[in-house]
Design a protein around this ligand. Structure first.
Ligand code: OGA
Ligand code: MN
Length: 289
């Protein structure tokens, strides 16, 4: 049986009908999912109930080598005890909404800045798969922008300026920008910055994409103020409403996005009152030794 593709935005994004990641998926259907991802960059697969952690991990592993978290932020609990799953909820280890002063909550709010996942690592993230286990009654949409469409629309003068530039991405830069506390020296050492070209060819589609994120803290070889000016200009250009798709979550949705072709951000909701239980797996460009 083939899958049916329902586009979600004029430029990218699709809902895939006829797919259920809780059931076995044959090679042919899997190839169709990959092809849809190459074209649409953000794909939603709906389910009548959230897939188990095991099904989520097994499906994700077919899309590439999975990130396994070696170190956790100090104090992070094990509510979802799988190294392949990043707990993106507002819940502590016993499933209660975080206390106001929990520094994990402060760090998670960095997700509200436009970013692409794990650009602060040398080996970048390809696909992220976010699964909705509990959804608040309103707010908490996840917004996307397609960085290939952004590149296509970028004025020629900016394309010329960006071509050949290398940006530095730091995890701690966006944590602090998002209102989180200054990391300890020890924490800083666990995640040193990484360097990546500001523009690159997105291999699955063959299209050029801007590779930007709030993790970016500088341009290699450029003075800080000049770099900041260019980065801010690119960020405002890339996040114009015409490029944005806002996903309204339904329980059981599994959203796949291509980090090498998009940026995304979380949007606010009453995180003191409502539970939001989101779990993410992340594929990387290659397996780590
Ligand atoms: C993520 C992320 C946004 C959200 O899981 O990587 O940025 O809306 N999530 O939870
Ligand atoms: Mn993210």
């Amino acid at each position: 049986m083939g899958i049916e593709i329902e586009p979600l935005h004029p430029l990218y994004g699709a809902r895939l009908h006829g797919v259920d990641i809780r059931a076995p998926i044959g090679d042919e259907m899997f190839a169709q999912i990959k092809a849809a991802m190459a074209t649409y960059a953000v794909c939603v697969i709906g389910h009548d109930a959230p897939p188990s952690n095991e099904a989520h991990i097994a499906f994700s592993a077919r899309l590439g080598p999975l990130q396994r978290s070696a170190q956790k932020i100090a104090g992070t609990g094990e509510r979802v005890p799988y190294p392949e799953i990043v707990d993106q909820s507002n819940l502590d280890e016993v499933g209660e909404i975080y206390a106001d002063d929990d520094r994990r909550l402060a760090y998670k709010r960095a997700n509200r800045l436009w970013h692409t996942d794990m650009s602060f690592y040398d080996v970048r993230a390809t696909y992220s798969l976010l699964s909705a286990h509990a959804v608040p009654p309103s707010g908490a949409e996840t917004e996307f922008t397609d960085m290939r469409a952004v590149w296509d629309a970028l004025p020629l003068s900016l394309k010329d300026e960006v071509a050949g530039l290398v940006a530095e991405h730091s995890y701690w830069h966006s944590r602090v920008l998002g209102g989180g506390p200054e990391p300890t020296e020890e924490e800083r050492r666990t995640r040193p910055p990484a360097r990546h070209p500001l523009a690159h060819v997105h291999a699955p589609s063959g299209r050029t994409a801007l590779y930007l994120a709030s993790h970016v803290c500088g341009v290699v070889g450029w003075p800080q103020d000049q770099a900041r000016k260019l980065l801010d200009e690119l960020m405002s250009f890339a996040t114009q409403p015409r490029f944005v798709y806002a996903h309204q979550w339904r329980l059981g949705d599994v959203l796949i996005w291509d980090n090498l072709a998009t940026m995304h951000r979380a949007t606010p909701f009453d995180d003191r009152l409502y539970r939001r239980d989101m779990r993410r797996t992340t594929c990387r460009e290659r397996a780590l030794a």
